[in-house]
Design a protein around this ligand. Structure first.
Ligand SMILES: Cc1cc2nc3c(=O)[nH]c(=O)nc-3n(C[C@H](O)[C@H](O)[C@H](O)COP(=O)(O)OP(=O)(O)OC[C@H]3O[C@@H](n4cnc5c(N)ncnc54)[C@H](O)[C@@H]3O)c2cc1C
Length: 414
């Protein structure tokens, strides 16, 4: 049975992150946005806080480091023994979105590279690639990344052209990846390549390519409209020789279409979290607009304009609440280990639209104040940040395609 109340632990996490947002993040978020970076010092302090909050193991797990036993564990199918890891991550993601979404995207840990290694890596690969995140408090900060998108292949992931050719016990990779979150600083990146583009999905392979591998380099770092404190990089592979043991899941895994499925499995767990972040940005704009209305309007006065503003507030609140419920549904299924592609896409598509509308309408409600530039108003930042939530992890259009395909497939069974 889906549970709407937060557990005591989730409530504590929610409150601790909200306090952090109020006291540390919000006062610095515009400066970090201008500097195009969140300082490492913030992340170190955050990790200390996380360790104090949850103990070393829980904090390591939150940051993506895992011991092999945990990493090998499958989600429970028995609802009574159900983990709430995805739900808890969604609760945290919403608060990060509310405070500053760039922080979560830049959080040290495997990031988007984590899900494919977790779902398809061998035990040895999980141990090797997750192991580097376990001791970050006492050593260098580390990141992982996920390299799927190419200049000619974004939504159409089956069209990737980065090639991989077997050479003895190794593979030679050639190609370019673009818009890779944390790509410039990642210790390793899951790179998707193809043995033969004409085979489509069946020809795809996923490799963990480590920083420093000859032939693997960072191209330009993108200047973005929003989420500017999050690093987005181009990656270049030129005759890059990757050891055979870095082929994710080993050769056996590719007797079927596993390479492509690895990419898709990632989205089923990450799309609801991206949707949760969008809810957080929408909530931030909503709260800002409510405060503005509190300070500037008396909505009980019978002025038609005020009735319209009250209606706008009601609409923003209603949509954001519906988006959050879709997130909870998608993470509930993920925690059960049940298929959730349709629900994950519904949450992502709807939350992106609801939060974008919240940001636009909040600007409208605030009138001229809403048009102030970045140094004066967080609204400007949220307005810029939210756009990406309808683009990455699959655009809104692609989510709608996924949903409609599944609905139409259901019709065929009648
Ligand atoms: C900030 C940021 C971070 C990112 N991080 C990563 C990352 O870490 N790793 C990674 O691999 N990628 C990453 N991406 C890339 C992102 O996933 C792609 O930008 C996204 O998949 C869209 O691809 P595209 O930009 O090539 O647009 P296109 O696929 O060219 O789409 C252009 C337009 O056409 C529409 N469209 C395309 N196909 C269809 C269709 N079949 N039906 C209807 N409409 C369609 C789209 O909805 C869109 O409106 C990131 C992007 C950004 C902006």
């Amino acid at each position: 049975m889906i549970e709407f109340d937060l557990s005591d632990r989730q409530r504590q996490l929610h409150d601790a992150l909200t306090n952090l947002g109020h006291s540390i993040i919000r006062p610095q978020t515009l400066a970090w946005d201008r500097a195009h970076a969140v300082p490492d010092e913030f992340y170190r302090n955050f990790m200390r806080m996380a360790a104090a909050f949850g103990g070393a193991k829980e904090s390591a797990r939150f940051l993506g480091g895992e011991d092999p036993e945990d990493a090998a564990a499958q989600p429970a199918r028995d609802p009574k023994k159900q983990s709430q890891a995805n739900r808890t991550a969604a609760i945290a993601s919403e608060v990060f979105g509310w405070a500053d979404a760039s922080i979560l995207l830049g959080l040290p840990g495997p990031g988007l590279g984590g899900p494919p290694v977790r779902s398809s890596g061998t035990s040895e690969q999980k141990k090797r690639f997750f192991g580097i995140f376990n001791d970050m408090l006492d050593s260098e900060l580390q990141w992982g990344a996920y390299g799927l998108t190419e200049p000619g292949a974004g939504s159409d992931v089956a069209a990737i052209r980065t090639s991989c050719v077997k050479d003895g016990g190794a593979w030679i990779l050639n190609g370019r990846k673009c818009f890779i979150t944390n790509g410039g600083r990642a210790a390793w990146t899951v790179i998707f390549a193809t043995v033969d583009p004409s085979l489509g999905r069946a020809g795809q392979r996923a490799f963990v390519v480590e920083k420093g591998t000859p032939g693997f380099s960072v191209g330009k770092l993108e200047e973005k409209m929003g989420l500017r404190a999050s690093e987005t990089a181009e990656l270049v592979l030129e005759d890059c020789r990757v050891p055979g043991e870095n082929l994710l899941g080993g050769e056996e895994a590719y007797r079927t279409k596993e390479g492509f499925l690895t990419a898709m499995k990632t989205f089923d767990t990450t799309r609801p979290l991206v949707a949760a972040m969008a809810c957080g940005i929408g909530r931030a704009a909503f709260e800002y607009a409510q405060q503005f209305v509190r300070d500037h309007y008396v909505l009980s006065r019978p002025v038609p304009r005020y009735a319209l503003i009250a209606d706008k507030l009601a609409r923003i609140g209603r949509r954001l609440e519906a988006a959050r419920l879709l997130v909870y549904r998608a993470t509930y299924l993920a925690d059960l280990g049940e298929p959730n592609a349709r629900e994950a896409s519904m949450a992502k598509a709807y939350a992106g639209q609801a939060a974008t509308a919240a940001c636009i309408e909040a600007v409208e409600i605030c009138g001229a104040h809403g048009s102030l530039a970045e140094d004066h108003s967080l609204l400007d930042k949220w307005f810029r940040d939210i756009k990406v939530f309808d683009i990455f992890e699959g655009t809104g259009n692609i989510q709608r395609v996924v949903i409609s395909k599944r609905i139409v497939a259901g019709l065929k069974s009648f």
